[in-house]
Design a protein around this ligand. Sequence first.
Ligand SMILES: NCc1[nH]cc(CCC(=O)O)c1CC(=O)O
Length: 338
Amino acid sequence: MTDSTTRALRLGTRRSKLAMAQSGQVAEAVRELTGRPVDLVEITTYGDTSREHLAQIGGTGVFVSALRDALLAGEIDFAVHSLKDLPTAQPETLTLAAIPVREDPRDALIARDGLRFEQLPDGARVGTGSPRRMAQLNAWARSLGRRVETVPIRGNIDTRIGFVEKGELDAVVLAAAGLTRIGRIDEATQLLSPDVVLPAPGQGALAIECAAVNADLIARLAELDDPDTRAAVTAERSLLAALEAGCSAPVGALADLSPSSRLRASRGGPKADEQAVTELHLRGVVGTTDGSTLVQMSTTGHVPASPDDVSTPLNMGRELAAEMLAKGAAGLMGERAL
Ligand SMILES: NCc1[nH]cc(CCC(=O)O)c1CC(=O)O
């Protein structure tokens, strides 16, 4: 008989180097937290085997559905996803037990000869198939008075960097977090400022997911949750969800929490019943992939220092989306979000 409190926990993971790195890191944290062994169970997803472009096979969700099927079938106990790959609608049968502290959310440029984006020659070929990156890179090039040619590429991170190493492309753009996790962040020639390129909602964050029926494990894994990261990515994904409903243009979003939480005095006087309040700043962008039009807006709100309450981030995302749609985001139709 296997005791359900001491048997190994099964962590479902994709086989890619990035997925294995992410899962390995979380497996170690879960071992320390629970004192139980963690076995990695490799699962192949359609997104790993298909040679089609992501836009053709439906974009979001292709990497996660096989892992979710295994969770619901009870074949694995938990799964680790890149949060940015998760669809915004959370199924009731599955629970995000923890969103750990986020890595650097920025995009990174890897260019030949150590070049920065501003130093790329007119007409430089930049590898990315992401409409969000295309829109912002093309807009940035325009603001510098030149053009870049964005070239859709697929494959894992090593394959993508290979296009620059082999001289087939001048540069590629990848998530800094992915580069860090596979140990290649030193090869980035520039970290792209969110003032110029906003990352994908949730970029750099991981999500640890369980079947909703697995209440004991969910409660246990919640100790790996970082409330600040959860607040930030909740605002970003709320913005994405509301924009997805109103337009199909590519979306970038980033929320930061002010490092120093402020003290707000209550009516009882300056010292009485002071309450810590954190400032949440949310930025969003949608645009056309050619970079000719970008709608970029931001908002600031105060998040109460109650770890479980995400109503403020949710509302901030929805409200910023409504403002962006009113400012013309709704007109940026006819492009697939990815
Ligand atoms: N879409 C693939 C994907 N999903 C998560 C990451 C990187 C890690 C992260 O953003 O957390 C990447 C690669 C990339 O965009 O360069």
